[in-house]
Design a protein around this ligand. Structure first.
Ligand code: GDP
Ligand code: MG
Length: 275
């Protein structure tokens, strides 16, 4: 497995993030509802220190709803957590009320001292492809109401108003996936969170077919022809990936299988499971 993130990249991403953190009240961390732990970087905790964090499980439209409920219950023992889809918009309305309740105590204390309620300032962080830009678009409604430059904000950053009381730093904070653990790396790869060049696609697809056999055999039913085992060959035949001599183009079959999986055509899926 080749490494996508080098120590230098990580150090730089971390520095940028730490720098931006100074200006926000709450960090919104995006994770993937299909892999609520594998899609997060455990170092974020360390980088955030005491900064309040709202955890959002995005792409919930592609995840197994029962598992999403179980995950939220578990994760809420640590920080506020919600599920949403930045594509359909479902769940997005919960975000502002959640942010307001998170800063309520702090603002009440300030109010006692006679300080008027301040804007709640937030930033969104997460690994590449997790949906940061999509969520920012949902929250700003595309038509971005720029807030104007504030002193001290790093060049290039922009605040946008997403609500009467909430401003968003519209530069998404970059985290890096942690995939020293090959199991995590494979999950990120099959769901499209790591560039396809990093893994052998046929090997990856075979690993995923095995995973389905073990955890969710019905997800493969669309490829079932007879009682025979589902392989890249049977998928290829079903999808018409034939090459000369009647042989199956197994690379093409793997690509099609992974595409159908990633776009939800095999049904909802949650790959981080427990208990
Ligand atoms: N199905 C689904 N796709 C999503 C969701 N959020 C983002 N995506 C897709 O995931 C890809 C990466 O999203 P993007 O917002 O660019 O991620 P970023 O790299 O974190 O900014 C895009 O193809 C989005 O359409 C979601 O909630 N559901
Ligand atoms: Mg983006």
């Amino acid at each position: 497995m080749s490494i996508q993130w080098f120590p230098g990249h990580m150090a730089k991403a971390r520095r940028l993030l730490t720098d931006q953190l100074r200006w926000v009240d709450v960090v919104v961390e995006l994770a993937d509802a299909r892999i609520p732990t594998s899609s997060r970087n455990p170092l974020l905790h360390e980088i955030l220190g005491k900064k309040p964090k709202l955890l959002l499980l995005n792409k919930a439209d592609l995840a197994e709803p029962d598992w999403t409920v179980k995950w939220l219950e578990k994760l809420r023992s640590i920080s506020p957590a919600y599920a949403l889809s930045a594509v359909t918009g479902k769940g997005v309305k919960q975000i502002v009320p959640a942010l307001e309740s998170m800063v309520q105590q702090k603002q009440a204390k300030l109010a006692e001292k006679g300080v008027r309620p301040q804007m709640i300032k937030v930033m969104i962080v997460g690994i590449p492809n997790i949906g940061k830009s999509s969520l920012i678009n949902q929250l700003t409604g595309g038509a971005q109401v720029k807030v104007g430059n504030k002193p001290g904000v790093t060049r290039g950053n922009q605040w946008v108003r997403i609500h009467d009381r909430v401003e968003l730093l519209d530069t998404p904070g970059m985290l890096w996936p942690k995939f020293e653990d090959p199991e995590i790396g494979r999950k990120l790869a099959v769901l499209g969170a790591i560039k396809d060049e990093v893994f052998d696609l046929e090997e990856l697809a075979l690993w995923m077919i095995d995973w389905f056999r073990l955890h969710s055999p019905q997800s493969l039913s669309r490829y079932q022809n007879s009682d025979s085992d589902i392989t890249l060959e049977t998928i290829g035949i079903k999808r018409g990936c034939l090459i000369r001599g009647g042989r199956v183009d197994t690379l093409k079959a793997a690509q099609i299988f992974l595409r159908e999986l990633r776009t939800g055509q095999l049904g909802p899926i949650t790959m981080d499971i427990f208990g």
